[in-house]
Ligand binder design. Structure first.
Ligand code: ADP
Length: 280
């Protein structure tokens, strides 16, 4: 199959002290095919972020393997040999991406930086065109180029972070709670933006969230984590309509998840190009 990401028997332990070891990831395996949106859901502390960080190479796994486009990137040597390419083709958008934008850079510089560093575009006029088109793609007009992050709303800053990532033409985007710090109405806009961009560019998407409705809305396939283990994994429709694992059943009965998602809030979920300038 056309696998973009494969995680095999992944383990990650944190040795807190002599007597306490937290098994943050305890033998987790999953695979995401090209163009697929995989929703990883679980309560706080279930190991979602640690999974994302381990895939990204922030910590080497205690055990198990991570393959990116067939390459064993959890191997230190292989990772370092291909680091630049991996970091370009695997983009990460997290809850605080917006807050992490360099406050002293204009939006234009923020988006241009990785394009220049990675020698994706060297020519000035071409760079300008690229930045303009990326801004439009994320629902911001070109007047935002000269603004600084402090002049933008949370949603607008997240749009800039997304534009910067999309500029790398990633094969995989890992979104770790990428909308969790935004207002509810803005969350819906950003999720819809992700969906629109994914349809257009076809990148593979690992979408991590604790919110079941958002996971149901966006995912093709869903994995449910609890205490470092993968409890259940299935196509989204199957998992939400006919959960097999008792934990998934309990989770779904505790938090009713409407279908179609956000039926009541359709208005805010509809991607409205014109309203975006104003609020998010
Ligand atoms: P989630 O993203 O699902 O909220 P995390 O992956 O952040 O879960 O955390 C999984 C477990 O690992 C939790 O018990 C958390 O306290 C622990 N943990 C995460 N990062 C560290 C760390 N750097 N040091 C010690 N424990 C950690």
């Amino acid at each position: 199959s056309d696998s973009i990401l494969e995680v095999r028997h992944l383990k990650q332990y944190f040795h807190v002290n002599k007597h306490l070891t937290i098994k943050a990831i305890d033998d987790v395996s999953f695979q995401i095919d090209k163009g697929e949106i995989f929703g990883l859901v679980g309560e706080t502390g279930s190991g979602k972020s640690t999974t994302a960080r381990t895939i990204m190479g922030i910590y080497p796994p205690a055990d198990g393997e991570v393959y990116f486009k067939g390459q064993l990137i959890s191997d230190k040597k292989i990772y370092h040999k291909n680091k630049k390419e991996i970091q370009r083709k695997m983009q990460f958008i997290f809850q605080d991406s917006a807050a992490a934008l360099n406050p002293r850079m204009t939006v234009e510089k923020i988006i241009a930086e990785p394009l220049i560093i990675n020698h994706i575009i060297n020519e000035k006029e071409e760079l300008k065109k690229k930045i303009d088109s990326l801004l439009v793609e994320v629902g911001l007009d070109t007047s935002y180029k000269s603004k600084y992050p402090s002049e933008l709303s949370g949603g607008q800053r997240q749009r800039v972070a997304i534009a910067r990532s999309i500029g790398m033409s990633p094969d995989l985007i890992i979104g770790d709670e990428p909308i969790a710090s935004l207002d509810i109405s803005i969350q819906a806009q950003i999720v819809t933006l992700f969906q629109k961009l994914q349809k257009k560019h076809g990148f593979t998407f690992l979408f991590i969230a604790h919110d079941l409705s958002i996971i149901r809305f966006i995912s093709d396939k869903v994995g449910v984590m609890l205490k470092g283990k993968m409890m259940e994994m299935a196509p989204a429709k199957e998992l939400f309509e006919n959960p097999l694992h008792p934990y998934t059943k309990a989770l779904l009965s505790a938090v009713p998840v409407p279908d179609p998602i956000y039926e009541r809030n359709k208005k805010i979920l509809t991607y409205d190009e014109e309203s975006i300038q104003a609020d998010g």
